[in-house]
Design a binder for this molecule. Sequence first.
Ligand code: GLA
Length: 374
Amino acid sequence: MNRMKSAGLFCMVLPFVLMSASCAKEQASLKEVFAKEFLIGAAINKKQIYRKIPAEEKIIIKHFNTITPENVLKWSKVHPKPGVYNFDPVDKFVALGEKNNMFMVGHTLVWHSQIPDWAFEDDKGELLDRRAMLKRMKEHIFTVVGRYKGRIDAWDVVNEAVKDDGSLRDSKWHRIIGDDFIEKAFQYAHEADPNAKLYYNDYDMWKKAHRQGVYRLIKKMKADGIPIDGVGFQGHWELDDPKLQELEDSIKAFNRLGLKVMITELDVTVLPSATKHQGADISKNYELTKGLNPYTNGLPAEIQDKLASRYADLFSLLLKYSDTIERITFWGVNDGNSWRNNWPVNGRTDYPLLFDRDNKPKPAFKAVVKTVQK
Ligand code: GLA
């Protein structure tokens, strides 16, 4: 081949070489990049479980080695009526996880929200007494955990039992059973699958009083010999809150208790706060106003950058504690399917995750990858 010809050929090939080099760079896989540090996961919705959206499935398989069902294992979905269980979506979830060799988290067994009233009532609509409530709790846990014994690896046994002031929430679980409803739930889950990992999960774990309440609770559980493996920080965060120091203090506190910490529902809203409350009390829903929904036509570069550096800061901190932190799970796969678009205000356009509405990695994705590839 003469020189001219080979140069011409090189020029023809060059764009492809460059393109595939940059694609390869863009397509780093989160689970591979963080393989030595933590499991990386996503909560997946019913459409994704039923494999209806190939582009989203591609992301799930490529980037995540752990999955949590966003809704299908909540009481109202899996056990909608007395004696009626809806297992088909959960069976599909487990099949997807097994096919792709993923660590599966069952979310959630005992929670005050997304549970029908009948769960707490007898045939006449009267509140159950302690004995009957414990029986119902046990039946639910044995049926659900028992069905997936040895297949679902871990359970969020109790979700959100503590308030921001550190006291126990006045839920029906608490009102009917008393303080030990949490311990009972863990005991039943352990009996139903002795090998499953069992977690307590909550929001605002970075707030001092909230953290101290959960800390007291778990310390007592450990002293009482209750099997608990870890604590989940939901991680519904903002651009400025929590402060890194507050988060670090919480991680250290639970580490002192000998517990693994997980970030279980990570997302970072970029929208103006509708309220001072930064947790996830989904009973709140404020009227939509324009000022609260400023980015309907796309995210300005400046905010995109802020989000990227926020994610970089968070991951840098989490990496520092990778011995304690076992898993980081995002609450959703892409911005389009995040619950943040509808909470605490319905119908907003938020950008809280690493993939955009077209399933493209955002600057935040690259910033996160960079934290470990430094
Ligand atoms: C809480 C729950 C999750 C989910 C989110 C909002 O954090 O633990 O199951 O409902 O709220 O989607």
